[in-house]
Design a protein around this ligand. Structure first.
Ligand SMILES: NC(=O)c1ccc[n+]([C@@H]2O[C@H](COP(=O)([O-])OP(=O)(O)OC[C@H]3O[C@@H](n4cnc5c(N)ncnc54)[C@H](OP(=O)(O)O)[C@@H]3O)[C@@H](O)[C@H]2O)c1
Length: 351
């Protein structure tokens, strides 16, 4: 029996109770959708803003995902943020899809109380011992939780901003060739701004060449994830697409790199992560068709939305160019967080 089957068999019988904060937003819904039939985790507490406490999730949520809301989550009652109650419910792991301002206090309070927080917000991302974890890129940063005091204390693990995640996943297997600098332009979907997000009057039939703080986040987070300090030149643009961030990238290497070798590096990027249920067989899929990847593929792959698609690979001297597509609410947010929690469970909790 392999490691994943062993964990699946154990946790199917003894599921780990989790809480979801911000469960009604774009990322929160993605958590609820991915967790409703997760082999290891079971949602025990669903939270949103105070005004929704006591309401029925199925009736109250404004469902924006392109798949049907799972019947299994319709009957949850939205509950208050209550750390003592979470502890009484046996919750140790909390997934956060809160806006950063709300996460600032709530996430720190949870960690203080000994909980394990897996967050999409930027509140903890830049703290020294808090990893911005992407299993395909920097699984070794998982052990930073020990510097936060685990196992005696709680900890926080964050994921990157969604556009950074796609870039870091695609670049991680190529770092060994020595990177001089990197130029990236993004074409980001409207769900990246959450719900209700941008006004339809602003984004319909339009392209907006500015996303507040996004370019700064891409540079700082990419460098922290991959422990590098070379120059990164990002331009981030909002486009009228529902889901999926497309990015075009030019990288200069210290040497000439073979394009077939790069495709092989991408296709082998799941090595050592096969035991995590939310990791696709191929986390990076190279598209040979010349007009792919496209945003409409955002929910392709298995698990849906977890594959980063690359395409249009080309070379000029020591530079290579390519396009990539990342699902911002799944791999770039909820799915990435769930994968991080799986990595923690697999490494630190014995089945
Ligand atoms: N959208 C993306 O693609 C994406 C990708 C990566 C990371 N992120 C990050 O993930 C987080 C969530 O993003 P989102 O796009 O899902 O945002 P969103 O659609 O605006 O959802 C925010 C959620 O937080 C709840 N909330 C708001 N204020 C609160 C408060 N003061 N106390 C408790 N709950 C509160 C909302 O509840 P109500 O519905 O009751 O207001 C809702 O459930 C953000 O930090 C964002 O930067 C987003």
């Amino acid at each position: 029996m392999n490691k994943q089957q062993q964990h699946n068999d154990f946790y199917r019988e003894h599921k780990i109770g989790v809480g979801v904060m911000g469960a009604t937003g774009a990322v929160g819904q993605s958590f609820m959708w991915m967790l409703h039939d997760h082999p290891w985790f079971e949602v025990k507490r669903v939270m949103a803003s105070e005004k929704r406490v006591g309401r029925n999730y199925g009736e109250d949520v404004h469902w924006i995902l392109p798949m049907e809301i799972p019947p299994a989550i319709l009957d949850y009652t939205i509950e208050s943020f209550d750390v003592a109650a979470m502890k009484r419910d046996g919750i140790q792991i909390v997934f956060s899809a809160l806006p950063t301002h709300a996460a600032q206090t709530a996430e720190r309070e949870l960690i203080e109380a000994g909980m394990y927080v897996f967050s999409n917000a930027a509140a903890l991302r830049y703290d020294e011992h808090v990893p911005i974890l992407i299993p395909e890129a920097n699984i070794d940063h998982l052990r930073w939780i020990e510097a936060q005091g685990y196992p005696d204390k709680g900890f926080g693990i964050t994921n990157a901003n969604c556009s950074t995640t796609g870039l870091a996943v695609a670049m991680a297997p190529l770092m060994k060739y020595g990177v001089r600098d990197l130029v990236v332009s993004t074409y980001q979907s409207v769900s990246g701004a959450g719900h209700p997000g941008l006004s339809a009057l602003d984004i319909t039939n339009n392209v907006i060449p500015f996303i507040d703080q996004e370019e700064e986040k891409m540079t700082e987070e990419f460098r922290k994830i991959l422990s590098v300090d070379f120059d990164i030149f990002p331009y981030c643009v909002r486009v009228p697409v529902m889901f999926g961030h497309l990015e075009s990238v030019w990288v200069e290497f210290e040497q000439e790199v073979d394009l077939d070798r790069i495709i092989t590096d991408w296709h082998e990027s799941s090595q050592g992560l096969e035991h995590l249920p939310s990791t696709p067989l191929r986390p990076i899929e190279y598209e040979t068709q010349r007009d792919l990847p496209q945003a409409k593929q955002a929910f392709y792959g298995f698990p849906q939305g977890m594959v980063v698609y690359t395409g249009r690979l080309k070379r000029q001297g020591h530079r290579i160019g390519f396009n990539l597509l990342v699902n911002n609410v799944i791999k770039g947010a909820a799915g990435g967080s769930i994968q991080n929690a799986e990595a923690f469970v697999a490494r630190y909790l014995d089945a």
